[in-house]
Design a protein around this ligand. Sequence first.
Ligand code: ZN
Length: 570
Amino acid sequence: MNVDMRKDYPRKFVPPDADMGDWNRIEPIFDDLERRPIDTVAQLEQWLLDGSELAACLEEESTMRDVASTRHTDDEEAERAYLHFIEQIEPKCRPRWHKLRQRYVASSARKELPTSRYAVYDRSTTTAVEIFRSENVPLQTEDKKLYQQYQKLCGAMTVEYDGREQTLQQMARYQQEPDRAIRQGTWELVVNRRLTDRDELDDIFDKMMDLRAKIAANAGFDNFRDYQFKAYERFDYTPADCFAFHDAVENVVVPARRAVQDRRRKTLAVDPLRPWDLRVDPHNRPPLRPFEKAATLSEKCSAIFHRIDPALGEQFDEMVRADWLDLESRKGKAPGGYQATFDETRHPFIFMNAVGLHGDVEMLLHEAGHAFHCIACRDEPLLAYRHCGMEMAEVASMGMELLAYEHLDVFYRGDDLGRARREQLEGILNIFPWIATIDAYQHWLYTNPTHTREQRTQQWSSLLERFGGVEDWTGYEQARRAQWQRQLHLYNCPFYYIEYGIAQIGALQLWQNARQDKANALRQYREALSLGGARPLPELWAAAGVKFDFSRATLRPLIDALLAELKTLD
Ligand SMILES: [Zn+2]
């Protein structure tokens, strides 16, 4: 730990020299929080701040070790340090946090806390205590172990192609290959490989379904859907709102997407369009190459942020100067990308594996949106309010991608500019129906827990009819029916996924607002980010100048505007 990093937010309760990797130093701090009186509002508020500081220090330690190990996967010491934390420290903290939450709920001063300040914290904490059952802890561990089996099966999926063994992720790039026979051949290899493990993936899922039904019943819920809505703190929308989202996607997005796909079919001069024709450039051009070196990627994104808002541009430059970015792909880095928040020193960090593709530009714009969110609310004293639900967090990031839309000329000229913009907008049309499919499927699964595999398959197929594209799957029906198995969220974090669809609706509204009145939209965006998670979702959205509603009435004008913009790219 670089102690100097703490100068802006010094520890006031946790001893400055207390090592958060050492349980002997952590335990007395929990003991203190468990013992000290919280009978008056003043005592309770200070106790909340102190608990928040401990949580931030522990989170900082965990993030620091996690980030270090993803930056250097070949560093055994870094890996050991991270594992020590998640195996030795976190499990000891978890029951202690539960005790502290129980103390909070039982405190007589709780009801006297000012609602305007504590309502969000209160409903979150009381709900966590309300649905907690000690008998569910081993069931949840069992569920996690089953997910490890899923990961192991999927991680072992490779195919022989082009003279070498390749993972299914590595195979994805052949879908951009202009040669159609290569696309088809590689696509078949991948779906057939997945089908080999279809029964085992079904077995794992059946076991998870049983466990989840038990978890819900233990906590006193009729079904796992209702339990999970509480566990995810979905206080501000209901299953009926999710159904309204499905309806809006079916009626507004699906026809628009099918029309765009039909255009692709004509441009590609194929009939019918097949599943291996969906990723290739319709004019058979090679992938976009927006930059060579990661330094150029961050310089150009900085230029975009300065154009959007000089203050955001300056924040990004501060991140570059402080070395809070690790963008370039290199040996020994974990795959993927993320934005992490260091909760004690209160700064963002962005990790990526940039190789010079358009996806890298999109990812940095996206993760920077999360980073701006972190910076905007860093002065909030309660850790719980420096984070918020994904429904809002993703508005910050997806919104930033769209605010950057008109500035993509920093990276592209001529045809490439139109192509990058088309990719971005078509990506939005593609993702909505998939989100609706996954969400509607989960609603059905968990409210029909006694279904057979055959019924499950039928339900999935009928949802694909409802939300799917125009591509023709003839001859590959089995692969289509098993397609849901590749969506890891179904295994890993059940019911999670609609968050992205909700946030995309917020991001599109923000984009439209910015086209009307840029300065005001930016002011509202930054104002909403500065609230962190201190307000309920509809209020955070209102602060951003967007409506928390996922029905046709909201989605229709947004998709109309998107289609009108797509037309200008012809
Ligand atoms: Zn994100």
